[in-house]
Design a protein around this ligand. Structure first.
Ligand code: HEC
Length: 168
């Protein structure tokens, strides 16, 4: 009788030890799995950004585009509109016959090099014979900021690249 009790207590202790061991093992496996999954998601995210860059960018990375979006919404959208169609709240106030460009016009923007866009944003409309209502951003943005804005316009607004001069 006594021996049996001792045996039960012994095997109970053993069973608990085994269970604890298993729990430890399983949670290690789960943790590892989560790590692998997180890593996978992260690298998928990274390759998405990379894909964006190779398709759209001349000079900058995914973060640059996001910075460009913020600057565009803050500074350009009052005239060009949030979606770039040229219909921002100030678009009707610029004077007779002066309208902000519709930047979603991919035909028009395919005629412009990134450098063209950069220059008109930096130096203003008057610098290329357009209306001076298109203000120079020289004092507002660094060259890098302007490149990011161009990147954003290319990838999210006109969804176009330079295709050659001609047309519009
Ligand atoms: C005060 C209003 C106003 C603001 C603010 C403004 N624009 Fe313009 N933008 C214009 C107008 C007006 C034109 C068209 C000029 C014309 O047709 O003569 C224009 C034209 C353009 C063009 C077309 C140039 C071309 O080659 O045809 C681009 C690109 C452009 N703007 C980008 C921007 C960006 C980017 C910003 C913000 C950094 C911005 N604009 C801010 C009014 C504005």
């Amino acid at each position: 009788m006594k021996i049996q009790k001792k045996f039960i207590r012994f095997s109970l202790r053993k069973a608990i030890r085994i269970i604890l061991y298993q729990v430890g093992l399983i949670s290690t496996v789960i943790c590892f799995g989560l790590l692998v999954a997180a890593n996978h998601v992260l690298s998928a995210e990274k390759s998405k950004i990379k894909a964006d860059v190779s398709k759209n960018a001349t000079w900058s990375g995914g973060k640059g585009k996001e910075a460009g979006r913020d600057d565009f919404l803050g500074t350009c959208s009052p005239c060009h509109g949030e979606s770039g169609r040229g219909d921002g709240p100030l678009s009707d106030t610029l004077g007779e016959g002066i309208k902000p460009r519709n930047l979603t016009d991919s035909e028009l923007l395919s005629n412009r090099t990134d450098e063209d866009l950069f220059n008109v944003i930096k130096n203003g409309g008057a610098s290329i014979g357009l209306s001076e209502s298109m203000p120079s951003q020289k004092e507002t943005f660094t060259d890098e900021d302007i490149r990011n804005i161009v990147l954003f316009i290319r990838s999210d607004i006109c969804k176009c690249q330079y295709k050659g001069k001609g047309g519009k």
